[in-house]
Design a protein around this ligand. Structure first.
Ligand code: ZN
Length: 168
């Protein structure tokens, strides 16, 4: 109502940065634009706002991207540390040399590498769990996966498609 004078100049300089409803925008912001945990009735209003407010929908996309990047990085690092542990265990038996001094020297090296890999693995797993629990990534990923599956299903030849389970 009152911003009819300022609106034209502000919206021209920063077209994306103005929320159409600051109260709803602030609530959404405090939730990191995650409304997946709300019940359907409450969600409707916020979904409506996200549809009409480009500021909030952009923020929502940004936050979901951050979540996906975090979970991807922690997934990759979990596998890297698992691989490192597997490699350490595969090559540790090679330390059985005749020279005892060398054996003990290499053993301690292997052990410290192993403890570093175990630490890294624990940190990666903890990050993964925190991201999965604290963000809507599981819901979001499920949606993306279903969408991909649907796209794939459409590309599969007709005769094959009938034999596969249907994705609704
Ligand atoms: Zn908004």
């Amino acid at each position: 109502m009152m911003n009819s004078m300022t609106h034209s100049s502000a919206s021209h300089t920063l077209p994306e940065s103005e929320c159409t409803d600051q109260v709803v925008g602030d609530i959404l912001s405090s939730w990191r634009y995650d409304i997946s945990g709300l019940n359907p009735e409450m969600r409707r209003d916020y979904e409506h706002h996200l549809e009409e407010c480009s500021h909030c929908s952009h923020r929502q996309q940004l936050h979901r991207t951050i979540d996906v990047v975090l979970i991807s990085l922690s997934t990759v690092s979990t596998f890297v540390f698992l691989l490192a542990l597997a490699i350490i265990h595969k090559f540790a038996p090679l330390q059985h040399f005749d020279v005892v001094r060398m054996y003990t020297h290499n053993l301690s090296f292997v052990l410290s590498l192993e403890s570093a890999a175990v630490m890294g693995l624990l940190v990666s797993l903890l990050t993964w769990i925190l991201v999965a629990v604290a963000t809507p990534v599981p819901v979001y990923m499920k949606g993306v996966a279903l969408e991909q599956a649907r796209v794939l299903q459409d590309r599969i030849p007709e005769e094959l498609r009938d034999r596969l389970p249907k994705i609704s």
